[in-house]
Ligand binder design. Structure first.
Ligand SMILES: [Zn+2]
Length: 306
């Protein structure tokens, strides 16, 4: 039995033990490793600002106590994911204002070049040149996009984004989007704004971050309606989240039925508990080995052709 995930030591020795624990988890399932669609890599300066924000218990994180477990240098963080046996991961990065996305995309393209196990990630913001730089990112090989409606504080159905959604739907490139109202709501969070996008772009490969928490069931409605909508598990079902945004037990059969559209995401490195806790949190949902295998590896491997 684990005692308290949140208080586990993260000294180098403990990390070695954790890597072994993570590897035992996927080894038991007979998987070749994990695919994690929701990990954060971004320019160090930006990441440190994000960490400062978490340290200051800012309103976007609901004013919560949120100690970052993996506050390490970039190379160490990537190496740690490899030690865990994460075969492919992403570089979720996102702008909070205009004029920033293109610069982030340049950084992310370079990061993907020097990090072959990272799926080349890009982002965007509703602004006049968005279509141009998103097209450039697609041509440069971007395989997944990240959009953050809460931090960006924009309406995803903004007219400025319509061509971009159309292009990404056509190119069948997934977009991981933080569109749920957790940990704190924003003006354009919740299922309604993104439902308007899906009504116009029903084939969009939307990956709803964090299982859409706390609107789990409303986002399940969208996934059941649109066959290209998926959800990532990021932070869902963990002790930390269950305390204030619990997953409703009555929705378990729907979680089981959507098993081919749920993708492992972790939010590494910005998590207030060890990585392995996310895996154990998935396992204790009790949906069985086949569900776990699909979620932790096969669904993403299929989606990205790994
Ligand atoms: Zn995240």
């Amino acid at each position: 039995m684990r005692s308290s995930a949140a208080t586990e030591s993260t000294s180098d020795v403990a990390l070695g033990e954790e890597a072994r624990e993570v590897r035992r988890f996927w080894g038991r399932l007979g998987l070749p490793g994990l695919v994690d669609v929701h990990t954060h890599f971004m320019p160090e300066r930006v990441l440190h600002k994000v960490w400062d924000y978490f340290d200051a218990h800012g309103p976007l994180i609901g004013g919560l106590e949120w100690p970052i477990t993996y506050r390490k240098m970039e190379a160490e963080r990537a190496e740690l994911l490899r030690e865990f046996g994460v075969q492919a991961f992403t570089a979720m990065l996102y702008p909070h204002k205009p004029g920033m996305a293109q610069w982030l995309n340049g950084w992310a393209a370079d990061f993907a070049r020097r990090t072959p196990d990272c799926l080349h990630t890009a982002t965007f913001y509703p602004e006049p040149d968005v279509e141009t730089y998103v097209r450039e990112a697609v041509e440069a090989g971007a395989r997944v996009f990240k959009a953050h409606v809460q931090v960006g504080a924009y309406d995803p159905a903004d007219e400025l984004l319509q061509q971009t959604w159309g292009m990404l739907a056509e190119a069948r490139i997934p977009v991981v989007m933080h569109c749920g109202s957790g940990p704190a709501p924003g003006k354009h969070t919740g299922p309604e704004p993104i439902a308007r996008v899906l009504a116009r772009h029903p084939k969009l490969r939307l990956i709803v971050a964090h299982m859409g928490m706390p609107e789990y069931e409303e986002f399940f409605d969208l996934a059941e309606r649109y066959d290209q909508v998926r959800l990532d598990t990021t932070m869902a079902f963990t002790d930390f989240i269950e305390e204030f945004m619990p997953f409703p037990r009555r929705a378990l059969p729907r979680l089981a039925a959507l098993g081919d559209r749920i993708l492992l995401g972790s939010d590494f490195p910005n998590i207030p508990y060890p990585y392995v806790h996310q895996l154990h949190a998935l396992e204790r949902m009790g949906l069985g080995q086949e569900w776990l295998k699909a979620v932790c590896h096969d669904n993403a491997a299929n989606l990205f052709g790994l």
